[in-house]
Design a protein around this ligand. Structure first.
Ligand code: URP
Ligand code: ZN
Ligand code: ZN
Ligand code: ZN
Length: 460
């Protein structure tokens, strides 16, 4: 298996130049101008196209038992959709319920993924309780190659942990050299506000935002920062949505806390008015933290551009509009949370970030690929184009014009939060460790090619 990609414009987080790339087996073996075409290699002419390192989504929920139902994708459908959209590595959240042990959770996710993924994947290991058995099981999971945890300061009674558990989890992570990713919202405030709203007869999807306004998220971030500062643990705030929360993260960084920040493509592009639509249409746009007032969007774009925010993810959590979102028709607290976007993140970020001048091409690659590889121990195997790196490549056609639609998407969900949005560019060829997995916008790869990526701790 060898590939010779001619004349593309290679764009990494730091460079931009025209060259040929030779991929032998699973890795990149040569990069240069006017390389001789190797015999037997498939030749792909990339003239007029960009070649990006495979994109990395650091936050997905391919398999997620949540709010009385299951997210709709499987490791096969979800990773196919990822690839069609140019994402070649995902980090899925392994989220056992509090009734399960960490080991049971890890085994369950492995059963879901093993032999079914089309792109490479890893997990952030959810610590949804911390009891006597947890520490040893978590040590074993880290030794098995999962060098990041996930905690929830929200979802009381489900995934949420209390302060004792938080402190002990962070201490263990510090000892093991593991980075802790965290959903930051104050669960007590949410629970109280939900009760008040429902008691006042306010049950529609727009109330979701009222139950968890920006200060609820900002308090969650501040809370985590206090614990991270006291324990010295490296932390990563997932799905940060608003200015108030960002300020608390930046303040902590100035005090020396090792904190990185992720935002989502949804927060960058859609605002809370989408969730205020009537006839349950708003339920499509219910996620946590909620979509925010539009005033936050320029703040998030500027923070990305200037390096205050490190990554753009999707938090892909697909629940059908037809029969899952209506579970909350009479009570907004029962709407399964999530807005699917795994397939669309890169095309949206390119169209509405790069083409509008909000991000330059190098920053685009950095926030959508390289930074995640660095933070989570995959660099330089992933996140770059250099000799020896995995041949995960996205040959991107900037001349493509199209529209996002649920009718044509690969994600296994019956709606799109971005229905009808024009896109200006898309991956024309995508490779997974040297094998072509997408041609002309369609998955052509192999089910089961995706590998579980073992990551070592103490990489930063
Ligand atoms: O609304 C969201 N974000 N759904 C998925 C679960 C989570 O909080 O990440
Ligand atoms: Zn979350
Ligand atoms: Zn607090
Ligand atoms: Zn999530």
């Amino acid at each position: 298996m060898s590939l010779f990609i001619k004349n593309g414009e290679i764009v990494t987080a730091t460079e931009r130049y025209i060259a040929d790339i030779y991929c032998e087996g699973e890795t990149i073996s040569a990069i240069g101008r006017n390389l001789p075409a190797p015999t037997g290699a498939e030749i792909i002419d990339a003239t007029g196209k960009y070649i990006f390192p495979g994109f990395i989504d650091p936050h997905t929920h391919i398999y997620l038992p949540f709010m009385g139902t299951y997210s709709k994708d499987t490791y096969t459908t979800g990773t196919q959709a990822a690839l069609v959209g140019g994402t070649t590595t995902i980090f899925d959240m392994c989220c056992p319920s509090r009734a399960m042990s960490a080991k049971e959770g890890f085994d369950t996710w492995n059963t879901q993924s093993d032999g079914k993924a089309c792109c490479d994947y890893s997990y952030h290991m959810g610590v949804t309780k911390f009891d006597d058995a947890s520490a040893n099981q978590l040590r074993a999971i880290v030794a098995a190659g999962v060098s990041s945890f996930k905690i929830f300061l929200a979802y009381k009674g489900a995934f949420g942990i209390d302060d004792t558990e938080l402190y002990r989890t962070l201490k263990l992570a510090k000892e093991l050299g593991v980075i802790v990713t965290a959903h930051c919202e104050n669960e007590t405030l949410i629970a109280e506000r939900q009760k008040e709203l429902l008691a006042a007869g306010k049950t529609d999807p727009a109330q979701h935002h009222e139950s968890r306004p920006p200060l609820v998220e900002a308090e969650g971030v501040h809370h985590l920062m206090t614990f991270a500062e006291l324990t010295g643990t490296s932390v990563y705030i997932v799905h940060l949505s608003c200015e108030e929360a960002l300020k608390n993260a930046v303040d902590a960084r100035l005090r020396g806390v090792d904190v990185s920040v992720e935002t989502l493509i949804q927060y960058l592009l859609i605002d809370k008015t989408y969730a205020e639509k009537t006839d349950l249409e708003g339920a499509k746009f219910v996620m946590s933290p909620p979509l925010r007032d539009a005033r936050n969007q320029p703040v998030l774009w500027n923070a990305l551009r200037t390096g205050l925010i490190q990554t753009v993810a999707t938090d892909h959590a697909p629940f059908d509009f037809k029969d899952q979102k209506p579970m909350g028709a009479a009570d907004f607290t029962k709407i399964p949370n999530g807005i699917p976007a795994l397939e669309d993140r890169i095309n949206l970020l390119y169209t509405y970030g790069v083409k509008t001048g909000r991000l330059d091409l190098n920053t685009f690659v950095n926030v959508a690929s390289t930074q995640a590889a660095k933070l989570f121990g995959l660099f330089p195997r992933k996140g770059c184009i250099q000799i020896g790196a995995d041949a995960d490549l996205v040959i991107y056609d900037p001349a493509y014009r199209g529209k996002i639609s649920a009718a044509t998407q690969t994600m296994n969900v019956d709606y799109s939060g971005f229905e009808g949005w024009p896109i200006e560019g898309r991956p024309s060829v995508v490779t997974v460790r040297g094998e072509v997995a997408v041609r002309g916008g369609k998955f052509t790869g192999t089910i089961g090619r995706g590998q579980f990526l073992k990551r070592a701790p103490n990489h930063f």
